[in-house]
Design a protein around this ligand. Sequence first.
Ligand SMILES: NC(=O)c1ccc[n+]([C@@H]2O[C@H](COP(=O)([O-])OP(=O)(O)OC[C@H]3O[C@@H](n4cnc5c(N)ncnc54)[C@H](O)[C@@H]3O)[C@@H](O)[C@H]2O)c1
Length: 463
Amino acid sequence: MQNSRRKFLQQIGATSLIASASPFTSLAAQEKAEERILHYGKAISPNDKIRIGVIGYGVQGHFDLRTALKVPGVELAGICDLYPGRLDNAKEEFGNEIFTTRDYRELLNKKEIDAILICTTDVWHARMTLDALAAGKHVYCEKPMIYKINEGYPVMTAAKKSGKVVQIGSQRVSSIGYAKAKELLAAGDIGKLNMVNAVYDRQSSIGSWEYTIPKDADASTTDWEKFISITGKKMPFDAKKFFWWRAFKEVGTGVAGDLFIHLLSGTHLITNSKGPESIYSTGQFSYWKDGRNMPDVMSGVMQYPDSPEHPAFQLTLQVNFISGTGGQEVIQLVGSEGVIQVQGNNITVKHSLMPEAPGFGGYDSLFTFSKSMQNEMQKDYDAKWTPEQRKRKTKEDIVFKAPAGYSDHLDHFTNFFDAIRTGKPVVEDAEFGFRAAVPALACNESYFTKKIINWDPVALKLK
Ligand SMILES: NC(=O)c1ccc[n+]([C@@H]2O[C@H](COP(=O)([O-])OP(=O)(O)OC[C@H]3O[C@@H](n4cnc5c(N)ncnc54)[C@H](O)[C@@H]3O)[C@@H](O)[C@H]2O)c1
């Protein structure tokens, strides 16, 4: 028990956290991590064992499972995937005795499984979440929670009714860095928020979703008919649609569902927002001519209304898959007195304050007037404003860094399992997942229809 707790503390970077006295380390981060560690110490007991099953053992299924198993008391009870190569891979990793299946219902039927991790292609998320809840399981479902906006309503209802924990997998919202950004914004550190500019650029084939396709991929090894059955459409086998699904609208949600969603969930967490009231998006095919039917360069513009949670602000979103920047991920929150830049788990705050006095002279129309007018007005200005009032006030810039080895992914899973054990709310429940998914999916809708999508973020209805 002690050992597993010690291991856990090392994994979340807690030891370096406690030891660190760097002025750059977020105080809130220390408090939060310490609080979580103390809390966790109490929660671990033999009764607290949680057995999990994984549906979708592709790239993220691997990362999610590895991370989930780092949380003390969590055990693997079975893995489901359509492609047998991934089930072979599971047996190579966890031994022949591990239960594997190509039919996720077999996993849901297992009584000993407490929680299901849904890490499949987006088009399956809602169906599997509903089935898992109906089977009495807690659910961790990857982002985006849904593939179509309408799928969100039954998922939210089922999550509420079930009394089970549902957490959506935008792990960044559990980041101590994001918590710090939220705290700084609420404290008025950058004045009044008016804009958020968020960018997620890449410049590589893998970053643009051209993952390696195994040599044995065919209709039978991918269980193609089952894979597309959820779409209700007939489609000839296409290995790209199975392995590069993000790039195809029939089964994927493009850059909006894959990456805008991270920027949206981050923005919503930090600003406490319920969501935008209007959404517009534009896209183009710039570089990856590989048969994809979803753009590789896309921008979104959204208007967030004045609300009890935040003042009105605009959100610009951008994904560029052939970006000469080499790639970047940043959410920049701009206020009247500064900016907060969120990059990974690190936060940079820069300030710029306007002087109290209005401008006079310099690059101004003043010099175009007659000398006597200039002199008279200069006297008036000097009488009204002190030299102090004419200066920009300065406020220090600060960088907050997460401790080395810190993992928001592990924090997100810890939060999920904590909620199962203690009944505490999760960071990203079905409603949060829906509120982030809607504007992302609305970007696709706007791109295809070339229309502005209007949304009521309070009533949760399209207008
Ligand atoms: N949170 C993050 O940062 C993050 C990162 C990457 C991916 N994701 C999400 O994780 C999910 C999976 O992405 P990925 O990159 O691992 O994709 P992937 O293609 O590598 O894996 C998806 C797996 O799901 C399986 N699958 C599909 N339909 C199935 C079904 N009906 N039954 C059983 N298995 C089925 C496929 O066989 C495949 O192995 C996506 O929703 C994606 O958006 C999240």
